[in-house]
Design a protein around this ligand. Structure first.
Ligand code: SF4
Ligand code: SF4
Length: 112
């Protein structure tokens, strides 16, 4: 049994690359649009989509489902200072069965 309390992110970026909506609230949309220097309505139109359950907007994804804001070269999130709460909350506040076999920080918990 792993203990998530000692989880430490290894910054592998895998969670930014798997499929699934990254939901954004109205407040987060305002912050991200301001950070990117894009008018809010333009950001909503060109950089978000309706989440599959139609209950919120989510960030637009690349064709393979990965997040457009993950910088592969820098191995970092371009939106680091304004990234959505959903990203900050994984995996301690939400996760899914088997997450600990995909996420490098989760895998490390098995070695403890
Ligand atoms: S917004 Fe940043 S932290 Fe969130 S999925 Fe995209 S690249 Fe990862
Ligand atoms: S998959 Fe896990 S270890 Fe890798 S960046 Fe995401 S939270 Fe951190």
């Amino acid at each position: 049994m792993i203990s998530i309390d000692s989880f430490q992110c290894k910054r592998c970026g895998i969670c930014c690359k798997w499929e699934g909506p990254v939901r954004v609230s109205e407040q987060e949309i305002s912050k991200i649009a301001a950070f990117l220097n894009i008018p809010e309505d333009e950001f909503i139109r060109n950089h978000t989509v309706l989440a599959p359950d139609r209950r919120s907007l989510s960030l637009m994804e690349k064709e393979d489902g990965s997040c457009v804001y993950y910088d592969d070269e820098a191995k970092a999130c371009i939106l680091q200072s304004v990234k959505p709460q959903q990203c900050k909350d994984f995996p301690k506040k939400w996760n899914f069965p088997g997450w600990d076999n995909l996420c490098e920080g989760g895998k490390a918990l098995h070695d403890e």
